[in-house]
Design a protein around this ligand. Structure first.
Ligand SMILES: C[S@@+](CC[C@H](N)C(=O)[O-])C[C@H]1O[C@@H](n2cnc3c(N)ncnc32)[C@H](O)[C@@H]1O
Length: 220
C-alpha cells in the first residue's frame, strides 16, 4: 500500500460517521432519485458483488432486489455502518481490498461500485478490473457510478502527477485536511477499458452530478 492509498483509507475511516451528508446536497436530489430506481433495476435477480461499498448508501437500495449480495470495503469504519442498514440484513459484508478480492468471496454475475473508480490511479485500472473480473462469471454485468466534474466546484483539482492522476484537498470536521486522488475518466476511457476486457455491450450516461457506466462481460 503506498502513501496515497494509506491517506485515502485514513480519510474515509475518519469521515465514516457523517459520510452520508454528501447525499443530502439539494443539487444532487434528482440524480440520486434516478439512481436509486435505476441501479436496482439493472442488477435485479443477480448474485452481486459490491466493491468499496462505504456506508452502504447505494447497497441498501440494490441488495433487496438481488438473489445474493456481498458488500465489501477496504476500510472497517464505513463497513460497520453498512452492516447496520435494514436493506443489508440479508447481505454479507466483508473487508476486502478492491485490488486483491479473495476467491473466498465466491463467483458473481453482477458487480457494482459507487464513487470508487475515481479513486483508482490510472496505472492501477487494469489491476482493479483484473481483480474484479476474476470474481465474475462469463456474461456478468458490471455497473459503476461516480462523480461528474461538477464535484470540482467544491473540491478543485490542486495537483496532477506524472501519470496524469489528479488530486483534491479534502477537509474533515476534525480540522484535518487530506490529499485524495480523484480522477474524472471520460466516456471514451471507460469504454476502452471495458472493451479491453472484451465487454460485449457498454452503456454510458452523463447525469448532472454523476456518471453511470454499465457493461457486460463476454458470455464465454
Ligand atoms: C467515495 S467512498 C464510496 C462509498 C460508497 N460506495 C458510496 O458510493 O457512497 C470510497 C470508498 O472506498 C473505500 N476504499 C478505499 N480504499 C479501498 C480499497 N483499496 N479497497 C476497497 N475499498 C477501498 C473507502 O473506505 C470508501 O468507503
Amino acid at each position: 500500500m503506498d502513501a496515497s492509498d494509506r491517506e485515502m483509507r485514513v480519510y474515509y475511516a475518519s469521515r465514516a460517521s457523517y459520510y452520508d451528508a454528501v447525499y443530502e446536497k439539494p443539487e444532487r436530489r434528482d440524480d440520486i432519485a434516478f439512481l436509486k430506481k435505476h441501479l436496482p433495476e439493472r442488477l435485479r435477480g443477480r448474485e452481486v458483488l459490491e466493491i468499496a461499498c462505504g456506508t452502504g448508501y447505494w447497497s441498501q437500495h440494490i441488495a433487496p432486489e438481488c438473489l445474493r449480495y456481498v458488500a465489501t470495503d477496504g476500510v472497517a469504519e464505513p463497513l460497520e455502518i453498512a452492516r447496520t442498514r435494514a436493506g443489508l440484513s440479508q447481505a454479507d459484508c466483508f473487508i476486502a481490498d478492491a485490488y486483491a478480492l479473495p476467491a473466498t468471496l465466491g463467483q458473481f454475475h453482477g458487480a457494482f461500485a459507487g464513487l470508487w473508480f475515481s479513486h483508482v490511479p490510472h496505472e492501477r485500472s487494469t489491476e482493479f478490473f483484473g481483480s474484479l473480473h476474476a470474481r465474475l462469471q462469463p456474461g456478468a454485468r458490471v455497473v459503476l457510478i461516480d462523480n461528474s466534474t461538477v464535484q470540482c466546484a467544491e473540491f478543485p483539482i490542486v495537483e496532477t502527477d506524472d501519470q496524469g492522476n489528479t488530486y483534491q484537498q479534502r477537509p474533515l470536521r476534525d480540522g484535518t485536511t487530506h490529499r485524495v486522488l480523484k480522477n474524472f475518466p471520460s466516456r471514451a476511457r471507460l469504454e476502452a477499458l471495458a472493451q479491453g476486457f472484451g465487454a460485449s455491450r457498454c452503456e454510458f450516461r452523463a447525469l448532472d452530478n454523476f456518471w453511470y457506466f454499465e457493461y457486460d462481460l463476454p458470455a464465454q
